[in-house]
Design a protein around this ligand. Sequence first.
Ligand code: PLP
Length: 397
Amino acid sequence: MLHVNENYARIKPTYLFAEIAHRVQEHQKSGNAGRIIRLGIGDVTEPLAPAVVEAMHKAVDDEAGRENFHGYGPEQGYQFLRDKIAEIDFHSRGIDIKPDEILVSDGAKCDCGNIQELFSVDVKVAVTDPVYPVYVDTNVMAGRHNIELLKCGKENGFVPSPAGCDADIVYLCFPNNPTGAVATKAQLQEWVDWANAGKKLIIFDAAYEAFIRTEGIPHSIYECEGARTCAIEMRSYSKTAGFTGVRCGYTVVPTELYAYASDGTPVSLKAMWTRRQTTKFNGASYITQRGAEAIYSPEGMKQTKDIIDFYLENARLVREALTSLGYEAFGGVDSPYVWIDVKGSSWDFFDKLLKEANVVTTPGAGFGEAGEGFIRISAFNSRENVLEAIDRISRVL
Ligand code: PLP
């Protein structure tokens, strides 16, 4: 008999966004729906920066001729992109990350989901609650059911402390999805010290790093002393440069990072991740990587920064509107997400905004128990739609 991986039966049966899509569809079928404005799923709406488009067009021309044609590239990513990442994302901030410690991929979701393959099924994993569901579900699929939840609420400013955490691996994401919270350097340093003291690992998801504008907030876990021996970092161009449909990101695994075999022998995680990627992944496309390289050109940096500033202004408008309606709003400053205390059930509030204002948000309960009582509003939309959504929300609340 063909047996299935029964761990799959232990993940929540409907993925959050599938349930939202279902409710939106039902609302549309009811015949009472007007024009729907989507501030739910965190997908970008602005087109690619002109510098990226130009570079990708040129790369298509390369692929169209014999002289500069590229077939399979290096699985770890082209050197031209890895060099730029090391120089601009890290060296320019005084962080020592070498190009060969950077592995380019087709986005952070795959890397966040796949990284757990490197570890024994008995390692204990901790995640924040609320959480980006990929960290949890991929560990459950692999057979790790005993996941420690680090509660993030108003009382800790949505940033957990390592005190009392006895996991081997912790997933941290700042700026955070869904709460929009950022962690200070001192808070991240506590986690780094915790990890180094106990031979533990931090998986740091910096997918929203480009939204940080507040001086002093770390853009990378490697700004903390000692992080090279205890942290893996993931980055994504999805929100940084509108690459949700293009697909590109990268993972940093420093040379000094080790986990241990059962006899205590240290094993290089960089060697393991390289082996994993070169075996199971055939590289992001040449055209995509030329596009990603263009983000680091002077024009590319300016253009992508302007797009992020535009989303941040949307976030500010949403945050101010909800605050003036008497709701406590968090995030939305160094993040595209505004996290609102709705003083009641998050699915009820979601349904109210959907049915009465035709605005789609994300109920906090979908991100974990501690997300109950909140909704997430995303700033990814046109200014016109954001203003209209604010107007409609103001009328129904
Ligand atoms: N990490 C977080 C926290 C996210 O919110 C997302 C996307 O929404 C991702 C990773 C996935 O990014 P990518 O599009 O690069 O797969």
